[in-house]
Design a protein around this ligand. Sequence first.
Ligand code: UDP
Ligand code: MG
Length: 310
Amino acid sequence: MKITYSIIAPIYNEKDNLPELHRRVSEVMKTLGQPWELILVDDGSSDGSTELIRELARQDEHVRPVIFARNFGHQLAVTAGLDYSRGEAVVIIDADLQDPPELIPQMAEKWKEGYEVVYAVRAEREGESWFKLWTASLFYRLIYRITDVKIPLDAGDFRLMDRKVVNVMNSMRERHRFLRGMSAWVGFKQIGIEYKRAARKAGETKYPFRKMFRLALNAITSFSYFPLQVATFFGFFSAGIAILAIPVVIYLRASGSQAFFGQATTLIAVLFLGGVQLISLGILGEYIGRLYDEAKGRPLYIVREAPEEK
Ligand code: UDP
Ligand code: MG
């Protein structure tokens, strides 16, 4: 049977959201009246979500489980979902029901009009801490500024993609993934629709600051050399200051001023330069570490159980 819609939901300890997710997605997909599948990617859950996913798959043939051998992270869980999806249109959705499945028909409408990527823009966000809102907003704006791709502001991974786009994305096997960036990078006809992002249905966020920070680093290093250029800039900046400072200091010394006597000045200069150098080295390290990861060529994720057919 040819599948029209694939819905992908990454699951990391979402036991309390799963039944509701399944129910709401099923309801919405029924109204669309086309063959569909729900790919539930279990990203190393430890709260019993795995058993629940198997159970759902037994009850409902629309459900296709992909079960990871351990936790690989949200972006890789979605990647596996994309790999296993068969639909002509593929929708990525969060399992915690922050992204309403009821928006899928609107996305499908745009898809039928000929758009190949329909991304959902968060016009409003409910039930999230000011810290999350603030860092998220800052993050989207920073990425927009410093990367070469124009990644839509305030759009998460909740989106519908045409099979053509998914095939291109699946051919991009980079390890440190930032899917919304990749899906903007590929081009095609794209459009955003606005929605109100609800609060999490149950459970806690699975994106603590540490993971958000890592995602931000992946986004920046995957799509921009800006941090490396900052190092160059600081190099020229410090050298420029030195060139200007030399004649000034000579002049002041010669005219008997006490301004640049003493160790404090030297100490500050050394610390400043040492700091800049170490930071630059760290930035360089980020890129080299990523190169190293790519060179090892390990699989992006490891599945324990998955449907036969990709
Ligand atoms: N998720 C995952 N692996 C992880 C972290 C999160 O598969 O290591 C899933 C999670 O189950 C959810 C989605 O990614 O379906 C988004 O995570 P979450 O809702 O915690 O992020 P937030 O909405 O707070 O940014
Ligand atoms: Mg969430």
